[in-house]
Design a protein around this ligand. Structure first.
Ligand code: HMG
Ligand code: MG
Length: 338
């Protein structure tokens, strides 16, 4: 049944690693991405074209993109890789790499056509399936967070996203637009105005974003406030199929809030293997909800993620060891018997 299908967007390689002080070798990042690709996950956020002075850990994202374009990465399902780009400096860096490999990926139009036909391009052509790509811009629901994260106000950020979104679409790439701090801001507190979020979501969709990812950056969100936010978005005309939820699990509420979003009709959820992560501009925030916990939870409700839980749990144990982080996934630890 179509309605039972849920997409998990694995953000471990980007959100999970961006905050690590110690530089993680390129080979480890690539290994992580390739392991994740074999678990049945269809969407992987793989890097960020941001300032290396601000987020040094993401500075080799160009090499990661280059690698993905040059290799056939074995997977169970057609893959989409996502990269953040907050301005034209980042977008131009990404475009230059795509331009060197113009036939190494499927455009958004090709991917949509094969989805409509119910067959992957690989099934139609008999050739190996090529990845598709997505560019993610990231706005904030409060002025304070926008200043810390992007060094500009919200209006300026939107103006900078416009040509990024246009260039991505022209290049055959899908566009995701994050809105951070939708359920609490480290600088302005928990009462973030849901109407402001709805306004931003509407603006970003009108600018051409294919999807809005609502970020509970601080993990302060609760079930009632998640419900209120989603109700506000619905009355503003934002459809659940245009939304993804991006829960950090700092307060342990991510799965409860996921249940609320599921009831609301949302079918795309972000997670990071091993519960890796934290945002450099959100003091004290811990990682995204763990992919292992998300898969276990969704499958327990009869939803279909297509993701092999045992395989993801092995990766969670491996990468937390590699990075020297505590393993944050309860399900992951239980599954591997740790
Ligand atoms: P800025 O310093 O205001 O930019 O940065 P600028 O345009 O004034 O340029 C200053 C210098 O930065 C110049 O270099 C530019 O070339 C360079 P210089 O001439 O001094 O040598 N520069 C860049 N270099 C590489 N890539 C670029 C780029 N842009 C400028 N794209 C900027 C503005 C937004 C770029 C900067 O503030 C930045 O990169 N910030 C980091 C933002 C970030 O990565 N945050 C974390 C990701 S968002 C997140 O985690 C939240 C999320 O998970 C959702 C949630 O949980 O809510 C998505
Ligand atoms: Mg995040």
């Amino acid at each position: 049944h179509l309605d039972n299908r849920v997409k998990i967007v694995e953000v471990g390689p980007r959100d999970g690693l961006q905050n690590e002080k110690k530089s993680i070798p390129l080979a480890t990042k690539i290994d992580l991405i390739e392991r994740l690709a074999r678990t049945g996950l269809s969407s992987i956020e793989a890097g960020a074209f941001v300032s290396p002075k601000w987020v040094p850990q993401m500075s080799n994202s160009g090499q990661i993109l280059q690698h993905i374009l040059q290799r056939d990465i074995p997977s169970r399902t057609p893959l989409t890789f996502s990269f953040l780009a907050p301005n034209m400096t980042g977008m131009n860096d990404a475009s230059a790499i795509f331009a060197r490999h113009p036939t190494a990926f499927e455009t958004e139009t090709q991917r949509a056509a094969s989805a409509a036909a119910g067959k992957t391009t690989a099934e139609t052509t008999g050739q190996a399936s090529k990845p598709a790509f997505e560019i993610a811009v990231f706005a904030a629901a409060t002025e304070s967070f926008s200043q810390r994260n992007l060094n500009c106000d919200i209006a300026t950020a939107l103006a900078r996203f416009a040509p990024v979104i246009q260039a991505a679409k022209d290049g055959g790439l899908r566009v995701r637009a994050y809105i951070s701090v939708v359920l609490g801001c480290p600088f302005e507190g928990r009462d973030v105005d849901p109407h402001r979020v709805a306004e931003l979501a509407t603006d970003l969709l009108e600018m051409g974003a294919d999807e809005i990812a609502l970020g509970d950056t601080t993990g302060m969100g609760t079930a009632p406030r998640t419900r209120a936010l989603l109700a506000c978005l619905r009355s503003a005309g934002v459809l659940p199929e245009d939304l993804a939820m991006h829960f950090h699990d700092t307060y342990g509420q991510a799965l409860v809030n996921t249940a609320v979003a599921l009831e609301h009709g949302i079918r795309t959820f972000d997670a990071a293997v091993g519960g890796l992560g934290g945002c450099p501009y959100s003091p004290g925030a811990t990682g995204n909800v763990a992919t292992e916990d998300m898969v276990y939870f969704l499958e327990s409700l009869g939803m279909r993620t297509g993701v092999d839980l045992d395989a993801v749990a092995d990766i969670g144990a491996w990468i937390t060891r590699e990075v020297g982080k505590p393993h944050e996934s309860s399900v992951g630890k239980a599954v591997i018997g740790a």
